[in-house]
Design a protein around this ligand. Structure first.
Ligand SMILES: Nc1ncnc2c1ncn2[C@@H]1O[C@H](COP(=O)(O)OP(=O)(O)OP(=O)(O)O)[C@@H](O)[C@H]1O
Ligand SMILES: [Mg+2]
Length: 227
């Protein structure tokens, strides 16, 4: 079933930060949401998640900052247990072992509060929670921003395999066109709270139409980034 959200918009402090925007996502599609800082990517991500959840769909979210996903007063074990329960899994123990090992956070002490782990470990923990179960869509907002390039690449590879196995759709929010170019088949380009261009990744990289897409594609060193 195509995931569809029509007329998403947002206003903050009397200012429109997201102009009415409609998004359609095919099952298993991999879409990159790109644009300059402040262009409205996270805002559109949040609006999309809210709209799809209101339709009864399951959406996993890896927010831009782990602080948005983790309660500083609760242990990581509590977060894990709560996420497993919310997805109807017994305790997610087998999944936990496999995924923690793949994400290289298996040495982490789950009895600790989030701040007892590094930012990078917290970010991977939140990704591990998102990979539990089979949501209709995973929205990842700058998922590798706190990771070194090698761990970032390994994390994205793991994510790729998971999406393939479960045919889960993904929206990858990033200002890093190098990351997007390797991981998604379609790009949506944002500027000043609007979706200004939408096309296959290759088309936007090789033949961008709008000034915003041209500006992003002009950074041709994106092929050298390891993830
Ligand atoms: N709570 C808020 N109050 C006022 N303005 C806000 C609020 N949240 C976001 N904005 C503004 O809305 C615009 C879009 O913000 P948003 O966080 O969606 O951008 P972004 O593309 O995700 O940026 P970045 O790449 O830096 O994460 C920005 O100009 C931001 O300052
Ligand atoms: Mg953002």
């Amino acid at each position: 079933m195509t995931l569809s959200a029509i007329g998403l918009s947002a206003m903050r402090s009397g200012r429109i930060i997201l102009h009415p925007t409609s998004v359609e996502i095919e099952p298993g599609a991999r879409i990159g949401l790109v644009g300059a800082s402040g262009s409205g990517k996270s805002t559109l991500g949040h609006a999309l998640i809210d709209a799809l959840k209101a339709q009864g769909l399951q959406v996993a979210h890896v927010p831009q900052s782990p602080d948005e996903a983790l309660d500083p007063l609760r242990s990581l074990a509590f977060h894990w247990h709560e996420a497993a329960q919310a997805r109807g899994l017994a305790d997610g123990a087998a999944h936990q072992r496999a995924i923690f090992s793949a994400l290289k956070i298996d040495g982490g002490d789950l009895r600790k509060r989030p701040w007892g782990w590094s930012r990078g470990m917290q970010q991977r923990f939140v990704i591990a929670m998102a990979l539990m179960g089979t949501p209709d869509l995973i929205v990842l907002d700058e998922p590798t921003s706190a990771l070194d390039p090698v761990i970032a690449a390994a994390t994205m590879n793991l994510l790729d395999r998971h999406l393939e196995r479960t045919n889960t759709a993904m929206v990858l929010i990033t200002h890093d066109l190098g990351l997007a170019a390797r991981r998604v088949s379609h790009l949506m380009v944002m500027a000043a709270g609007r979706l200004v261009e939408e096309a296959e990744t290759g088309k936007i990289l090789n033949n961008p139409q709008t000034s915003e897409a041209k500006r992003l594609a002009a950074h041709r060193n994106w092929m050298e980034v390891p993830c």
